[in-house]
Design a binder for this molecule. Sequence first.
Ligand code: SF4
Length: 118
Amino acid sequence: MPIVFEDEKEKLEKLGQKEFREIIFGKLKLYRWIIRGRCPFNDPETGLCKIHEDKPLSCKMFPLNLRIKGSEASIELSFGCSWVKAHPQAVRLDPKKVFPREWKALEEALDRLRRAMS
Ligand code: SF4
């Protein structure tokens, strides 16, 4: 269940998504996008994302996950990713090098969080 920013939630709502849970993070409102079962944007034939260009930052950064707990944000590597599951030693590697594109998306999300908090 990815964490999404307000504008990402609005975009998803326009695409028919209705279930979100509000998360207050400092002055910022974030949302947990509730996906029940398979994501509706996952093409069952190809396994690919049908909204690749428009998917939220949380999807772009996967398997790097942003965790929000109260006023604390942290980053974790998701074992929901089959590659990570097959390479558990990845937790000891530099995520910037192993997941350069995903790291970029993560930095964008952290930047947005920092700007919203200042
Ligand atoms: S990457 Fe695409 S298919 Fe996967 S959860 Fe995100 S929106 Fe859904």
